[in-house]
Ligand binder design. Structure first.
Ligand SMILES: [Zn+2]
Ligand SMILES: [Zn+2]
Length: 132
């Protein structure tokens, strides 16, 4: 074992899984036709003794392409989700801007209405400095 394993290697190889059939034997091989993880005893017994059996590291390097493909698809999916999130965030900002515009419109509307009321109310009374 080298120290330059990818995450995939570490995940699989660091597990010392005992064989279900042979207690005390660790799973060290992968039977291609069965798609099963087997121990050294299994590899020499029925039904695997004439099967195409590879060691775990062989199996991993053989299947790494498929694993990488899967990981790549996951990354693509994550990227898509991120784009969606960014779009959603942008929409949220747009909605907030629109809300602010509506609020400002109402606010200025009320202000001018207020000013108009004050203007109406103030008519006839003089609050200006000039008349004091
Ligand atoms: Zn076994
Ligand atoms: Zn087999």
């Amino acid at each position: 074992m080298t120290q330059t394993h990818s995450l995939v290697d570490v995940d699989v190889e660091e597990k010392d899984v005992a064989c279900r059939t042979h207690a005390g034997e660790l799973i060290r091989f992968y039977c291609e036709p069965c798609g099963a993880c087997i121990c050294v005893v299994c590899a020499f017994q029925q039904p695997h003794h004439d099967h195409d059996v590879s060691t775990f590291s062989e199996a991993i390097s053989k299947h790494r392409h498929a694993l990488d493909g899967l990981l790549g698809r996951c990354r693509d999916r994550a990227e898509q989700l991120r784009t969606h999130l960014e779009l959603t965030a942008r929409w949220a900002v747009n909605i907030r801007t629109a809300e602010q515009q509506v609020y400002m419109y109402n606010y200025t509307g009320i202000q001018s209405w207020d000013a108009w009321v004050r203007g109406q109310h103030g008519r006839g009374h003089s609050y200006s400095m000039g008349n004091i």
